[in-house]
Design a protein around this ligand. Structure first.
Ligand SMILES: O=C(O)CCC(=O)C(=O)O
Length: 383
């Protein structure tokens, strides 16, 4: 895809302030010391320096995780997904009249927004966890009424995403952060089209554990954010470093104190194509409307500690509320087994990740497994 576009817009009256904020934020990000390739120690464990920096900042950027060939396969799938989106919200067909992606699904899969809009900020949606509305720049007159900015259950739409999901170094990080018996959360694609991509207002993820007596900085898990085209201060996710450790943050008060939604302590997650960030779900984070000329396409895949989901009543945000028992977790984790096999087939020279809860079990990635992923996100472990 041409990753620069003629659709770029600007921030209107906020343009100069936004540019200065992006520049200053990028400088602060560079000083955090939380980026580099995934490194292992002599015992094969993820290097402690990486884990320390992750827990200190609430995010870390792993550089150069996904190589050019794999990125090309992911891009081909993304182009296909974009082509197959419904012609407009609710349409059963795409722009070419073919059955649209997601039209036959039960789960809530496609999220639409006005170009450069903020669909969640300042609303009661998603439990009211996005308390402040972001500035909504004006999109070009010929922009469509709505764009898709978020796709859930994304593994069912892309074999390349399935394979990336089982990257052995990333799953080793998941085990190092959440334990060898880590559990899945959900998978998503965030699409920030130039001049159109919506903002995601400041928020902290997580709904179940904030008031638990054993709450800590890792209670609501993390998301990997794998970047197809990279991300910049203008189109990427911003994070308030360290805010995953302080409990629920009064975001409304932060914005009021700053006098602007450009939170002064926040930093952008900056990535090249193929970099993968790990972001604590409890950290205050959000992204601005993408008025830049650059696409951002992020593959999110999240993981939890088993003890954060087992026996916990979750759901309500991503799917129906339920108490998550062992059978539910096993069933949702089938995607990990399928993905490890999918990756083994495509990259036979790589040592596959050994996922401890599935040791002794066999998963085969084939047409039946692909079909079994239909609506698999009804089982997301939403805490
Ligand atoms: O990618 C984005 O813009 C927002 C990501 C986000 O809010 C999340 O993963 O919780």
């Amino acid at each position: 895809m041409q990753t620069e576009s003629q659709w770029s817009a600007d921030y209107g009256p906020e343009e100069a302030a936004m540019r200065a904020y992006c520049e200053a934020g990028a400088k602060r990000a560079a000083d955090l010391g939380n980026r580099g390739p995934i490194r292992f120690d002599a015992g094969g464990r993820v290097h402690q320096d990486i884990l320390d920096a992750y827990w200190r900042c609430g995010f870390y950027v792993f550089e150069g995780v996904i190589g050019a060939d794999e990125l090309a396969e992911i891009e081909a799938d993304v182009l296909d997904i974009l082509e197959r989106l419904p012609a407009h919200r609710g349409s059963p067909v795409d722009r070419r009249g073919r059955p649209a992606l997601g039209a036959d699904l039960e789960a809530n899969t496609l999220f639409w927004a006005r170009p450069l809009g903020d669909p969640f900020g300042g609303t009661e949606l998603a439990g009211g966890r996005h308390p402040v509305k972001m500035f909504e720049p004006k999109a070009a007159q010929d922009a469509p009424d709505e764009v898709v900015y978020l796709i859930l259950g994304s593994l069912q739409f892309s074999d390349a995403a399935v394979r990336a999901y089982a990257h052995p170094h990333l799953l080793a990080v998941a085990a190092a952060v959440n334990g060898d018996d880590f559990a899945p959360f959900n998978e998503a694609i965030f699409i920030k089209e130039p001049g159109r991509g919506a903002s995601v207002a400041w928020h902290q993820d997580g709904i179940t554990h904030w008031d638990s007596p054993d709450w800590d900085e890792g209670s609501h898990g993390f998301n990997f954010m794998a970047q197809l085209y990279g991300c910049t201060a203008a189109n990427g996710v911003w994070v308030v470093p360290g805010s995953h450790k302080t409990g629920r943050v009064d975001i409304r008060a932060l914005v009021a104190a700053a006098g602007t939604e450009r939170l002064p302590d926040a930093v952008p997650i900056l990535c090249a194509p193929g970099d993968v960030a790990i972001t604590n779900r409890q950290v205050v984070h959000g992204s601005f409307a993408n008025t830049s000329p650059d696409w951002r396409v992020t593959f999110n895949f999240g993981f939890h500690r088993r003890k954060s989901v087992l026996g916990v009543k979750g759901g309500g945000l991503h799917n129906a509320p339920a108490v998550y028992d062992d059978a539910r977790i096993r069933s949702r984790a089938r995607a990990i087994g399928y993905a490890i096999d999918a990756r083994r087939q495509r990259f036979p020279h790589e040592t596959p990740f050994a996922y401890r809860p599935q040791l002794g079990e066999t998963y085969r990635w084939d047409a039946a497994a692909r079909a079994a992923l239909k609506d698999y996100n009804l089982l997301d472990l939403s805490i």
